[in-house]
Design a protein. Structure first.
Length: 76
């Protein structure tokens, strides 16, 4: 999996212009753009781009962009 590509798609889904601020260690819930709509956008992006459906309980355990990447890698 191309991690940089995932971060670009994440930034696009949240309409984040300063992608340089995003790294695997970024805690996405602390981002200014993070809200319930952002959550839905990420869930939709995971489904469309990676064919991943993630339950709310599983998503709540993810903290960083690296955690999401790891989830995708382990569930594809």
């Amino acid at each position: 999996m191309d991690r940089k590509n995932f971060i670009e798609k994440f930034a696009e889904a949240l309409e984040i212009e300063e992608m340089a601020d995003l790294q695997e260690a970024t805690e996405f819930r602390s981002l200014e753009e993070w809200d319930s709509l952002a959550y839905l956008n990420i869930i939709a992006m995971l489904d469309e781009e990676y064919d991943i459906q993630i339950e709310n309980a599983a998503f709540k355990q993810l903290r960083t962009l690296g955690d999401i990447i790891g989830y995708i890698e382990n569930n594809q």
